[in-house]
Write a protein that binds this ligand. Structure first.
Ligand SMILES: Nc1nc2c(c(=O)[nH]1)N[C@H]1C(S)=C(S)[C@@H](COP(=O)(O)O)O[C@H]1N2
Ligand SMILES: [Mo]
Length: 398
C-alpha cells in the first residue's frame, strides 16, 4: 500500500468509528483541565481565559466552595469586541422609549434616589456553561463548569421604572440594548427582548454587585438581573430599554440561545429540531468545589467535600453525595439563607478507607423533586445549552 492510500483508509476508518460514536450525540463530564491564565483584566484575579477581545473568562472549580462569588473571581462573557472603555457615572443615562406614555432619560443618581432600592442574591449562569460536555462539539465557547457565579445584586425594580414611564396598552415586548458594539457590521448589537408577561418584581436594573459598583466587565454601570433565568438575557452596560408590540427578529433571540421546543426527545447531530424556543429558566445543578480533579488525598484522613447547588428559584431540598460510583447516596449538610435564587452551599464529611482512584459525585434535588441526571443522560442539543449532569471529581487516595 502506498503511503497516501494508507492515509486515506485510516482517515475513512477513523471517520467511520467517530461517525458511529458521534451520530448519537453524546454528553460526558465537562472539561476540567484548564489552568487560570496570568493575563490581566481590570478588577479580575487570574481566571481561565478563552479570549481577551472580547473578554471571555471562566472561574476555576475552587471558586465553588463559596455561596457568594467574589467580584474579582466572577466569570465574564461578552459577545462583541467593542466595549466602551470609559463610562462617566455622572454623565451616564438610560433611556426608556417606544410604546410608553412618557419617554424617560434617567441618570444613575435619579435611579438610585427616585426609586425604591431592592436587593436579591441570585445565580448568574451562562446557558452554555459546561458546553464542553457535548460531543460532537456544540458550537460556542467550550466552557468547563465555571461560567456561573452567585452575587448579591442591588438596584431598582424594572417594573417600577416601567410604571413611571407608563406602558401603552399594546406594549408586548421589552427590548434591552447594551453599549457594546460589533466590530463588523454583520454582527448585530447585543439586544434581548422580554415579553411583558415575563416581568415580575424580582427583575431588577442593578448597579451594585456584592456591595460594590458593578465591575466594568460585569456590566458597569447598570445591568439587567433576571433571577432564575440563564444570563444571556441579563443585558450588561445598558444603554436603552425600548418597548414594542412586534417581536423583532433579533439575532441573539432568534439564532443563539435557543433549544428544541420539545423536552422529551433529544436532538442528534443529524437531526436538529424545529421549532426552537429561547432558553429561560435554569434547571437544577450542583458542582463540587473541593476537592478538585486529580488531587491526592490521604487514606483515613478527614476530607470535607464542599460545593454549591442551585435551580431557577424553586429552591434546593437536598444534595446527595456518592463515593462509590453512584451505588449509594448520602445527604450532604446544606447551608442556605441567601434566598431561593442563590447558591445553596453543601458539605459532606468523607473518610477514604480504600486506596487508589475514587470518584466523588454530587447530585442536587430541588423542591419540585427534579434531580440531576447522569452526564451521559443529559440530552444533546446543537447549541450545547443547559448541561446539568451530576458532577464527578476523581481523586487519588494515597
Ligand atoms: N451588553 C451585553 N450584555 C450581555 C452579553 C453581551 O455580550 N453584551 N452577554 C450575555 C451573556 S450570554 C452572558 S452569559 C452574561 C455574562 O455576564 P457576566 O459577564 O457578568 O458574567 O451577560 C449577558 N449580557
Ligand atoms: Mo451566555
Amino acid at each position: 500500500m502506498k503511503r497516501r492510500d494508507f492515509f486515506k483508509t485510516s482517515l475513512v476508518a477513523s471517520a467511520a468509528v467517530l461517525g458511529t460514536n458521534l451520530a448519537a450525540g453524546q454528553t460526558t463530564q465537562p472539561r476540567d483541565d484548564r489552568q487560570v491564565s496570568a493575563m490581566a483584566f481590570p478588577e479580575k484575579r487570574p481566571l481561565i481565559t478563552y479570549s481577551d477581545r472580547p473578554p471571555l473568562l471562566e472561574s476555576p472549580r475552587s471558586t465553588f466552595t463559596k455561596g457568594i462569588t467574589p467580584n474579582d473571581e466572577f466569570f465574564v462573557r461578552w459577545h462583541l469586541p467593542d466595549i466602551p472603555t470609559h463610562i462617566d457615572p455622572d454623565a451616564y443615562t438610560i433611556k426608556i422609549d417606544g410604546l410608553v406614555k412618557n419617554e424617560l432619560t434617567l441618570s444613575l443618581k435619579e435611579l438610585k434616589t427616585q426609586f425604591e432600592q431592592v436587593e436579591v442574591t441570585a445565580v448568574l449562569q451562562c446557558g452554555g456553561n459546561s458546553r464542553s460536555a457535548f460531543h460532537p462539539v456544540a458550537g460556542g465557547i467550550q466552557w468547563g463548569s465555571g461560567a456561573m457565579g452567585c452575587a448579591k445584586w442591588k438596584g431598582v425594580r424594572l417594573s417600577d421604572v416601567l410604571n413611571r414611564a407608563g406602558l401603552s396598552k399594546d406594549a408586548k415586548f421589552i427590548g434591552f440594548n447594551g453599549k457594546d458594539n460589533a466590530a463588523y457590521y454583520e454582527t448585530p448589537n447585543f439586544v434581548r427582548e422580554l415579553e411583558v408577561e415575563e416581568l415580575n418584581d424580582h427583575v431588577i436594573l442593578a448597579y451594585e454587585m456584592n456591595g460594590e459598583d458593578l465591575p466594568y466587565l460585569n456590566g458597569y454601570p447598570l445591568r439587567l438581573v433576571i433571577p432564575g433565568y440563564y444570563s444571556d438575557s441579563w443585558v450588561k452596560m445598558l444603554s436603552n430599554i425600548t418597548v414594542t408590540n412586534k417581536y423583532k427578529s433579533l439575532f441573539f433571540m432568534d439564532v443563539a440561545y435557543r433549544i428544541p421546543d420539545n423536552e422529551t426527545e433529544s436532538e442528534s447531530p443529524d437531526k436538529h429540531f424545529k421549532p426552537t424556543k429561547p432558553i429561560t429558566f435554569m434547571n437544577v445543578k450542583s458542582i463540587i468545589g473541593y476537592p478538585e480533579n486529580n488531587m491526592k488525598i490521604y487514606h483515613n484522613s478527614h476530607i470535607v467535600i464542599r460545593g454549591v447547588a442551585f435551580d431557577d428559584g424553586h429552591g434546593i431540598s437536598k444534595v446527595l453525595v456518592s463515593t462509590d460510583e453512584g451505588k449509594t447516596w448520602n445527604e450532604a449538610i446544606l447551608k442556605q439563607g441567601n434566598g431561593r435564587y442563590a447558591f445553596t452551599e453543601f458539605r459532606y464529611a468523607y473518610k477514604p478507607t480504600e486506596y487508589g482512584k475514587v470518584k466523588l459525585m454530587a447530585k442536587a434535588v430541588n423542591r419540585l423533586g427534579d434531580e440531576q441526571p447522569l452526564a451521559k443522560d443529559v440530552g444533546w442539543n446543537h447549541g450545547g445549552y443547559k448541561f446539568n449532569g451530576i458532577d464527578v471529581v476523581t481523586v487519588e487516595v494515597v
